[in-house]
Write a new protein. Structure first.
Length: 233
């Protein structure tokens, strides 16, 4: 089976994940995406033609021979679940050789249960971080409301582009998300979108103020994209 890879690099996991922000990770960015999110930080990875196709066994061998391999792999994109079967096979074969924690970052447009191998959801040491899409754009409520979609350690990440997102309709959606979260094990992160340092500092401050004013600071965390703040990939 082939897997289409845009790039491989080592960095820290600046986004939320089961091991916590700042975890050292090897990133496998896959090529191809079905959305066109305005805040995408690697737009060239959206195109399938920009990737390099490897046999899954070849990619496993490449990862095993990397002298600086970490014990965590983050599979991102593009949209990794467009290649769900290849991703599942890759994780299975890696876990047969090494004890490795995986994070899969998904845009939330693909159902794990309807469109992905069942084996992928049953994998130990795999965390999903899903983007929330508001009711004003692509909507993935059906996935979020599915009681079986999230498991312990998974994250729902809500991109915040400006103060408008903290008002209608995001405020209404956030209240609904917090109600869904009750009794479930997934976690919610508000994720200010980085454009430049001055803009980002103000936006983070606005998000903090919003959380304090709405008394939800104990229910969410702020995903601060620390890799961008310190100039890493």
């Amino acid at each position: 089976m082939k897997i289409n890879v845009y790039e491989i690099f080592n960095s820290i996991d600046g986004e939320v994940n089961a091991m916590g922000q700042g975890a050292i990770s090897t990133f496998i960015r896959l090529a191809g995406c079905n959305l066109n999110c305005p805040y995408c930080d690697t737009p060239k990875s959206r195109l399938v033609k920009n990737g390099t196709k490897y046999d899954v066994d070849q990619l496993v061998d490449m990862m095993m021979t990397r002298s600086n391999q970490s014990q965590k792999i983050t599979i991102t994109g593009g949209e990794p679940l467009l290649q769900a079967e290849a991703v599942t096979e890759f994780i299975s074969k890696m876990q047969q050789r090494e004890s490795i924690m995986f994070t899969i970052e998904t845009n939330g447009s693909i159902s794990l249960f309807k469109d992905c191998p069942e084996e992928l959801m049953d994998k130990a040491d795999v965390c999903f971080t899903m983007d929330y899409k508001s009711s004003t754009s692509f909507n993935n409520w059906s996935f979020i409301e599915d009681d079986s979609y999230f498991i312990e350690g998974d994250w729902l990440k809500i991109p915040i582009g400006d103060k408008f997102h903290l008002e209608k309709p995001y405020k209404k959606d956030l209240i609904k998300l917090l109600n869904i979260q009750k009794g479930r094990n997934f976690q919610i992160a508000l994720s200010p979108i980085y454009r430049n340092k001055k803009q980002y500092n103000q936006l983070v401050a606005d998000v903090i103020e919003f959380c304090m004013a709405k008394r939800i600071s104990h229910r969410v965390i702020i995903n601060t994209q620390i890799h961008k703040l310190i100039g890493l990939k």
